[in-house]
Design a protein around this ligand. Structure first.
Ligand code: SF4
Length: 540
């Protein structure tokens, strides 16, 4: 309505890094956005869902997994519209097939992938650095230093995507994704007409087409590298007065260096990298101006490794690989001090308040507690039982007081691993997986297990929510999950749906015991809604 303030016409806002990406995408004119929840990227789509509710668009959708999210985004781009797809770093492994192949097709509408890495593993299985994935796929990558850049770079990413008809990655890290700052927004971007060079075959990767696309892409890569070299997000400042050392900082790591700069004896020459492929000419210019280089980057030593291979051996390159910066965990303003020649500092001294350690545990009254109590009873007396677990709130069952399960590797792995263990002679083998994780990546390994009638039991702990990331809705309701399992071919007499309830744990334990003793494939779906999800729906 005219005259009313909308999200769009507020020019200054305080936003999370995730939200800045989402708003940048809205102002870039996206038609749709797709994601699977995963910390620290969840808030990107959540922001768009909230906005869609208030403003009526763009379309924002939670998907079955990151692969389907990416593929749906490809479809929007093929239709000539702009689209954002968001995921966490390990989600990109799931989407790797369409992601890597999308570097070989010629996209239509701008396609931007926002990936949030999690150095320090606050909520993840590993620290993998998505810049390697962008490099592997020959896809340009932008890495913001702050929330303003997260907004600006997202808009720029759509420009690059449409200019070169290639997807573009925005790489965030937890600290930026989950911290707020003031940003200034700009006028929404106008729509760009579809590229007149579009032709039949642009999206076809049959070998004859794929070879041609790949050859053309490699030729185009020279142009993309040159544009990245000149990107305003790669800034070089040379201090000719001091040649002792120069610094390369990447993304948010630039802030950590700047926080300490006032204490340095001089301002060293510095290259801030925000756009990849790496600006090699600027790196060489910096290397020529100094005696050695310090590379400060969040994640893996990506830039450090690559510059080592191209600079003369007379230049010493310091960073994570050389041991001058911690090789794992998140960087902090303190952890980069020693490498910058400053005395170590270990945070600010605060008042000594005794804090009682509070290990993570399932909420009191969580439905998973009942399922685990029953499973422990069902397996008592077996000497060599093996329980494989998966990724969700129920992973906390690995810890006391339940201490049940011996693995947690990646989404959906519980079922495949239990099948493998059963194939290797382990009995009883039990897989524990949540409803959302089952729909994300558990269906295909269950097909393997059903086809082989593997001697194992699958427990699907259905809490009717993607609880761990904030109780987002599961794609399918409980009633449909049983149909999926039966549709895959599970024997109806060995497929059960039961309530997870404190008063019914003995009954549930008896059922689990019976199915564990059955020497074939069985599935038990325990159902009760997550308490957080109930609270969220009641808005309390
Ligand atoms: S958030 Fe829900 S599923 Fe997770 S522990 Fe709490 S009650 Fe259980």
């Amino acid at each position: 309505m005219t005259g009313q303030a909308t999200i769009d016409n507020i020019t200054e806002q305080v936003l999370l890094g995730d939200e800045a990406v989402a708003l940048g995408a809205v102002h870039a004119g996206i038609s749709a956005a797709y994601a699977y929840p995963g910390t620290p990227s969840t808030e990107i789509l959540q922001f768009l869902l909230n906005r869609a509710e208030l403003e009526g668009g763009p379309k924002a959708t939670w998907c079955a997994n990151e692969k389907t999210a990416y593929e749906e985004a490809l479809g929007v781009s093929m239709a000539g519209k702009r689209v954002l797809v968001a995921m966490k770093h390990v989600g990109l492994n799931v989407a790797a097939d369409p992601f890597i192949n999308s570097g070989v097709v010629w996209t239509g509408g701008g396609l931007v992938l926002a990936v949030a890495d999690d150095p320090g593993m606050h909520s993840s299985q590993n620290e993998q650095d998505s810049r390697w994935m962008a490099d592997f796929a020959h896809i340009p990558c932008l890495e913001p230093t702050n929330q303003q850049q997260a907004y600006d770079m997202t808009r720029e990413a759509f420009e690059i995507s449409e200019r070169y008809r290639i997807p573009v990655m925005i790489r965030l890290v937890t600290r930026l994704a989950h911290s707020r700052a003031r940003i200034e927004t700009r006028e929404p971007m106008t729509e760009r007409p579809l590229d007149p060079d579009r032709k039949h075959g642009d999206w076809i990767l049959l070998p004859a087409f794929a070879r041609r696309h790949w050859h053309e892409r490699l030729n185009q890569h020279t142009e993309i590298k040159a544009a990245s070299e000149d990107s305003p997000f790669n800034t070089l400042e040379i201090n000719p007065e001091h040649t002792e050392y120069g610094v390369i900082t990447c993304g948010i790591a630039g802030n950590y260096f700047l926080e300490n700069m006032a204490e340095l004896d001089f301002v060293p020459s510095r290259l801030q990298i925000g756009s990849y492929p790496m600006p090699m000419d600027k790196i060489r210019e910096l290397a020529e101006a100094v005696d050695h280089l310090l590379v400060i980057e969040e994640g893996y030593p990506y830039v450090e490794r690559l510059v080592r291979g191209v600079l003369p051996t007379s230049i010493t390159v310091l960073g994570k690989q050389s041991g001058h910066l911690p090789p794992d965990g998140e960087l902090t303003p303190d952890s980069v001090r020693w490498a910058s020649g400053l005395p170590e500092r270990h945070g600010l001294e605060g008042p000594k308040i005794p804090v009682v350690p509070r290990p993570p545990r399932l909420c009191a009254g969580c439905p998973h507690c009942d399922a685990y109590t029953a499973l422990n009873k069902a397996l008592s007396g077996f000497e060599h039982d093996l329980v494989t677990s998966d990724i969700g709130c129920y992973t906390l069952g690995l810890l006391p007081p339940y201490s049940i399960g011996e693995s947690c590797v990646c989404m959906g792995a519980s079922i495949g691993m239990a099948k493998g263990a059963s194939d290797a002679g382990v009995y009883p083998a039990v897989a524990v997986i949540g409803d959302s994780t089952f729909l994300h990546s558990g269906i295909t390994p269950l097909m393997d297990a059903i086809a082989a009638n593997s001697d194992m039991t699958v427990l699907i702990l259905d809490n009717e929510a993607v609880a761990m990331t904030g109780a987002q809705p599961t794609l399918y309701t409980s009633s449909r999950i049983e149909n999926v399992v039966l549709g895959l071919g599970a024997a109806p007499e060995h497929c059960h749906v039961v309530e997870a309830h404190p008063k019914k744990t003995d009954q549930l334990a008896d059922l689990m015991r019976r199915e564990v003793e059955y020497r074939g494939l069985s599935v038990i779906i325990t159902v009760r809604e997550c308490l957080e999800s109930v609270r969220k729906k009641k808005n309390v």
